[in-house]
Design a protein around this ligand. Structure first.
Ligand code: GLU
Length: 303
């Protein structure tokens, strides 16, 4: 299990605090801004031509002329939709653009669909989305319903608390505390384990949990460190992430079960963009700006 490098992260978050502006664009969680992607530093991805992948999903997308990608809309620096421009930004969005480019779809040919955590397997199974790319932990339970390509990033469950919180310092200090997490997410399952003794609130959206935390209705929010650090970076005066990670959350690209050609094409795309440096550049222009440290991507296991 990885341990967060808190010293480096704290320094970046402090630097962000100095420049952070107030006034959330979606008006949902304090001075949330949705993450500051360094647009100029983002790579552009060469769009492949004459792509011939023996995948029913790809063939259908080619016919349609668009690739439908399921994404998150309320995870600053990872998958975030600006409510005024409707534009999506963040690391997962860049990963999606890389994969789409290798399948022959330019960013303009991507149709984004916001899919909440508890709706992901169904969206992939029903074919509502061609690929699901949104902080999606690969696990055996989900693999009964869909396949994954990846992992492309290793996250781990952590805790977000108010800046003045003294009692909650890690998972062994949440006994009797009100902790919010998200329906259909793996960290919700983890925090419900009786050994933690937390009083758990289950909501559909991360922004709703964060709002409850800022308003004092809950004492902590738990989910992946990468997500929580984004919220802390956007609300530096109000929120902080505490303790080390306490679960393993390897992120994969969700796709239709049994579509081996698509799985391989996505895995090949991930590998190619990791090797040519796009992945690191994209990370640094997005998630890296929230204080998450760059780490070499994990070895691909689902391919
Ligand atoms: N990675 C975790 C999961 O897949 C939590 C993040 C999320 O809800 O997307 O359930």
């Amino acid at each position: 299990m990885k341990l967060r490098k808190t010293a480096a992260s704290a320094a970046v978050v402090l630097a962000l605090a100095a420049t952070a502006a107030c006034g959330g664009k979606d008006g949902s969680a304090g001075d949330e801004q949705g993450g500051k992607t360094d647009k100029k530093a983002l790579p552009t991805y060469k769009v492949a031509e004459n792509v011939d992948v023996d995948s029913p999903v790809v063939k259908k997308a080619q016919k349609r002329g668009t690739l439908v990608i399921g994404a998150k809309a309320d995870q600053p620096y990872l998958g975030f939709q600006d409510q005024s421009t409707k534009e999506y930004s963040g690391f997962d969005i860049e990963v999606a653009k890389m994969v789409a480019a290798d399948l022959g779809f330019s960013p303009k040919k991507i149709k984004w669909e916001t899919v909440d955590s508890n709706a992901r397997e169904q969206a992939v199974r029903k074919g509502d989305v061609d690929l699901m790319i949104g902080t999606y932990t690969i696990n055996d339970e989900r693999k009964k319903q869909i396949d994954f390509a990846g992992p492309y990033y290793d996250a781990g469950a952590s805790l977000l608390v108010r800046k003045d919180e003294k009692d909650i310092t890690g998972p062994d200090t949440v006994k009797g505390k009100k902790v919010c997490s998200i329906v259909g997410s793996t960290p919700l399952q983890t925090i419900k384990e009786s050994k933690y003794g937390a009083k758990v609130t289950e909501l559909a959206k991360y922004s709703d949990c964060v709002k409850q935390l800022i308003d004092g209705q809950v004492d902590a929010v738990t989910t992946d460190d990468a997500i929580l650090m984004g919220y802390a970076a956007d609300n530096p005066k109000k929120l902080k992430v505490v303790g080390d990670t306490f679960s393993e959350e390897p992120y994969g690209v969700g796709l239709k079960k049994g579509d081996k050609a698509l799985q391989k094409a996505v895995a090949d795309a991930l590998e190619a963009h990791q090797e040519n440096g796009d992945y690191k550049k994209a990370f640094e222009a997005t998630l890296g700006k929230s204080g998450s440290d760059f780490e070499e991507p994990p070895a691909l296991q689902e391919k």
